[in-house]
Design a binder for this molecule. Structure first.
Ligand SMILES: [Fe+2]
Ligand SMILES: [Fe+2]
Length: 167
């Protein structure tokens, strides 16, 4: 039986992932408001993936006989107007989530919970991928500049990406 401290930490991570979903959905709404509909689709898809992450943790807590307890989520910030702002936020957010996953791995080690540590490996790898994706898009934004022409092209590419990976 997993220790209560670990179950609590997993419940906290469920909140982090649902919060990520909420943060990305808010970014999607902001970008839709700016007619950046391709990037909005990209963030909406990201929001769905984050909910998937929460559900992976949810299932694991159930599987090890723990009690899932959902927590309150803060109201996400809004008012983002550009792709650069959106992806700067996204990258910072992913770094924050990576830190919380690493904390959870360390706790699993401390508590000598090998099953939890093994389960978390997927999340460790996923965070590398997510940080890389956000950093690459941000680098492209910085490379192409802030003109409306380059925003238009990037927005179109992100829309294609969201559509392609959704199918
Ligand atoms: Fe996640
Ligand atoms: Fe993520």
């Amino acid at each position: 039986m997993a220790k209560p401290e670990l179950i609590q930490a997993f419940n906290d991570q469920i909140r982090e992932e649902l919060n990520s979903s909420y943060v990305y959905l808010a970014l999607s709404a902001d970008l839709d408001g700016q007619n950046l509909t391709g990037a909005a689709a990209w963030f909406r898809k990201q929001a769905e993936e984050e909910r998937g992450h929460a559900m992976r943790l949810y299932t694991f807590v159930n599987d090890i006989g723990g009690q899932v307890v959902l927590q309150a989520l803060p109201q996400p910030a809004s008012g983002v107007k550009t792709l650069k702002e959106a992806f700067t936020k996204a990258l910072a957010h992913e770094k924050h989530v990576t830190a919380s996953i690493h904390k959870l791995v360390k706790l699993s080690r401390q508590l000598d919970d090998i099953a939890a540590e093994s389960f978390l490996k997927w999340f460790v790898d996923e965070q590398v991928e997510e940080e890389k994706n956000a950093a690459e898009i941000l680098a492209k934004i910085e490379m192409t500049g802030a003109s409306s022409g380059s925003q238009y092209m990037l927005d179109r590419d992100l829309g294609k990406k969201a559509g392609a990976s959704a199918s």
